[in-house]
Design a protein around this ligand. Structure first.
Ligand SMILES: Nc1ncnc2c1ncn2[C@@H]1O[C@H](COP(=O)(O)OP(=O)(O)OP(=O)(O)O)[C@@H](O)[C@H]1O
Ligand SMILES: [Mg+2]
Length: 408
């Protein structure tokens, strides 16, 4: 008899091969599996949902360790609908959660971070993981075209290389069109899925606008670039498995390790599977990581003259002052906010003060959605936009939006 497989993130191909074999058979059971980390459970569940397409049957299993773990994190419920259950092990696992709409992404990300990373002890890691989760969940909703949405889950790991230094594994997975298909229209020169995957991780590459342009209202093409850099800087692991190709970076052993890529020559994932894992003790400072990534992105962004239409000071004369956190991290709300509150005033050449109080951490894509159009209009109408109460990292992120948005 074959020994039961173990699905650990250090060898993603073991899991992907099993999944390919089981998909060919039409059904899978965790009773054949010895150990499965949360990413393998979530990735299997995404293919077994009752409302999914090309459904992989996953009959209830209970006899192996992997089967019991899958049950504990709510696989039975998520295959049939939503999982409403509290996790069985507080602070160690987060049950499989479905995400379908943009409005849900931020709240779900926050809940996962709050459950696994207590703020008192893990503030920087909490900020980092929140950023990663928001960007990945938004990608599912914006790009995957999976009508059943995505699945997200998390698990604290302290075995193997993490003995004594726990790591958090987060997974976001969909059964959608995959990265190559999503990028095909704006990057017509791509010749294969692996090239698409690598390109998607470069700054300012997106399926929503053509190369050389500086972004749409909704996207800057920065989400995956930030996440890949975060994995590198924290010496973590990043798996991106999508239709036709896989990318796996493992920096836990050495900070020099190069990613392993496959392109049609190894099992892939019928959708997009992203797993991010890093030892919490290696996160260091969130602010330093964001700043480092901006520097790197700046090197790859053509130098442009900017006139600083964002002014980080209170205006000399009274202006309308607007609290930004009403639209926080909801790119749809941000868009409405811009249309209703900012554009009409800028067109009338009225200056506005944006108050960033209560926003200590922001994703780059939210700030882009908020200010890309407004900053261009401020420049065209020659009216400054004042920014008050922005913490230093948010300020650096805003400066980046201005430099980028005025260059296109
Ligand atoms: N889950 C997914 N399914 C399909 N395609 C995806 C998925 N995630 C990312 N992509 C593709 O990769 C591209 C790059 O993603 P990335 O997050 O870096 O940028 P973006 O989402 O376009 O912009 P931003 O993140 O700044 O809002 C996307 O535009 C899309 O074409
Ligand atoms: Mg994105």
């Amino acid at each position: 008899m074959m020994p039961s497989p173990r699905f650990l993130l250090e060898e993603p191909q073991v899991f992907l091969q099993w999944l390919a074999d089981r998909r060919a058979a039409g059904w899978a059971s965790f009773d054949d599996v010895d150990v499965a980390q949360i990413y393998a459970i979530a990735a299997s569940a995404a293919l077994g949902r009752h409302d999914g397409r090309d459904r992989l049957l996953l009959p209830p299993a209970s006899t192996s360790g992997a089967a019991r773990f899958a049950h504990a994190v709510g696989i039975d419920e998520v295959l049939e609908g939503e999982c409403q259950r509290e996790p069985t092990e507080q602070a160690r696992t987060v049950t499989l959660t479905r995400v379908r709409r943009l409005g849900e992404t931020e709240a779900v990300a926050k809940q996962i971070v709050d459950l696994t990373l207590p703020r008192q002890t893990h503030r920087d890691a909490a900020d980092l993981y929140w950023f990663v989760l928001v960007e990945l969940l938004r990608n599912v909703v914006q790009h995957s075209r999976d009508p059943a949405g995505g699945i997200v889950a998390a698990q604290v790991n302290d075995a193997g290389p993490y003995a004594g230094a726990p790591a958090l594994q987060v997974v976001v997975v969909d059964n959608g069109i995959g990265v190559h298909e999503a990028l095909r229209h704006t990057q017509p020169n791509l010749t294969n899925p692996a090239e698409a995957l690598v390109r998607a991780m470069e700054p300012h590459v997106s399926g929503t606008f053509a190369e050389g342009q500086s972004g749409t209202v909704a996207n800057a093409g920065l989400g995956l670039f930030f996440i890949a850099e975060m994995a590198k800087q924290t010496r973590g692991r990043l798996l991106l498995a999508t239709r036709g190709a896989t990318y796996f970076l493992d920096r836990t052993g050495s900070s020099e390790s190069q990613p392993r890529l496959t392109n049609g020559d190894a099992p892939d994932y019928p959708g997009t599977l992203v797993v991010f894992e890093t030892a919490l003790s290696r996160v260091g400072s969130y602010d330093t990581i964001i700043r480092g990534i901006h520097e790197l992105a700046g090197l790859r962004t053509p130098k442009r003259i900017t006139h600083h239409w964002l002014r980080f000071e209170a205006p000399a004369t009274a202006t309308v002052q607007i609290l930004v956190d009403v639209a926080a991290e909801d790119t749809v709300a941000a868009h409405q906010f811009v249309e209703q509150q900012l554009i009409p005033r800028l067109i009338r050449r009225e200056s506005v003060t944006l108050d960033f109080r209560n926003l200590r951490v922001c994703t780059q894509s939210f700030l882009h959605a908020l200010l890309h159009e407004a900053v261009r209009l401020a420049w065209a109408r020659k009216v400054p936009l004042f920014v008050v109460h922005a913490v230093p990292t948010v300020r650096a992120q805003l400066e980046f939006v201005e430099a980028y948005s005025l260059g296109g």
